[in-house]
Design a protein around this ligand. Structure first.
Ligand code: 6AU
Length: 273
């Protein structure tokens, strides 16, 4: 974001979207800009991780369809832990279908995403109809979580050979600018301010979530590519997303504290605090 040199507290005060304000408030309150990517296979493992790491993270990221035993207790357990530890929930569903289908995938359905996820992400491969469809559901008069839901556009990907680059990414920025009622930012590897025309007005402040972050590893065996926490933050990321770097570490709590410190220090340096 072009606002990346400002403290989260300032951005929280000025942001037009309540979900972005809350994200920045949580980050300040917990001194954490870490998102755990909780790619667990069972409810027990998922909730255990949320309880263990909850104090050190700003956001808990789920792939809810990885769970072999998704039930009411998964959803209620997650919501209870989010309240207990003051973290937000990001369902990494990567919506990509036609508007009519994504509305059904988002709201109700087997995964009940709208009930638990403050933030979701969407691909705009099919154009901006997908954003309009999700925005319509989020803003519906009878929607229970109005003003508590938002989305990110998946504007770059971390895998080798990704096609989400250049003009595609620029198109994502254009769409985000047109949908500030529901789009609060991007999943991207860096701030997107190097794109011409990306600098918006005074009121524009896109939040950057950056995945592909690992303090010690460069790649995995399936095309994933990593940068370090301090590299991500210094390139303009606002929140780092870490999966295996934390949950697969010998001691996940020690690991999350390490990532929290490295990325918070990088944020303080970037904002001259
Ligand atoms: O840290 P890892 O590699 O264990 O996990 C990275 C997590 C996974 C991916 O599905 C997700 O981040 N991800 C995404 C997201 C968040 O949208 C986009 C992307 O380009 N690369 C990526 O790894 O849960």
């Amino acid at each position: 974001s072009s606002k990346s040199t400002l403290p989260y507290a300032t951005r929280a005060k000025n942001h037009l979207h309540p979900v972005a304000r809350r994200l920045f408030d949580v980050a300040e309150a917990k001194k954490s800009n870490v998102i755990i990517s909780a790619d667990m296979g069972t409810t027990e493992e998922l909730l255990k991780l949320a309880d263990q790491l909850g104090p050190y993270i700003a956001v808990f990221k789920t792939h809810i369809d990885l769970l072999s035993d998704l039930s009411d207790s998964t959803i209620s357990g997650l919501k209870d832990l989010a309240a207990k530890h003051n973290f937000m929930i990001f369902e990494d569903r990567k919506f990509i279908d036609i508007g009519h289908t994504v509305q059904q995938q988002y709201h109700d359905g087997a995964l009940r995403i709208s009930e638990f996820a403050h933030v979701v992400n969407a691909s705009v491969l099919a154009g901006d109809g997908i954003i309009e469809a999700l925005e319509q559901t989020m803003a519906a008069p009878n929607f229970l979580y109005k003003d508590e839901r938002a989305m990110l556009i998946l504007s770059e990907m971390t895998t080798a050979g990704s096609l989400a680059t250049g003009d595609y990414t620029r198109f994502c920025i254009e769409i985000a600018k047109k949908h500030k009622k529901s789009v609060i930012g991007f999943v991207a590897t860096q701030a997107l301010t190097h794109f011409r025309g990306s600098e918006g007005g005074e009121d524009e402040d896109f939040v950057i979530f950056t995945t592909g972050v690992n303090a010690t590893t460069k790649v995995d065996s399936l095309g994933q590519q990593y940068q370090t926490p301090s590299s991500a933050i210094s390139r303009g990321s606002d929140f780092i997303i870490v999966g295996r770097g934390i949950y697969a570490a010998p001691n996940p709590v020690a690991a999350v504290k390490h990532y929290q410190k490295e990325s918070w220090d990088a944020y303080l340096a970037r904002t001259n605090q």
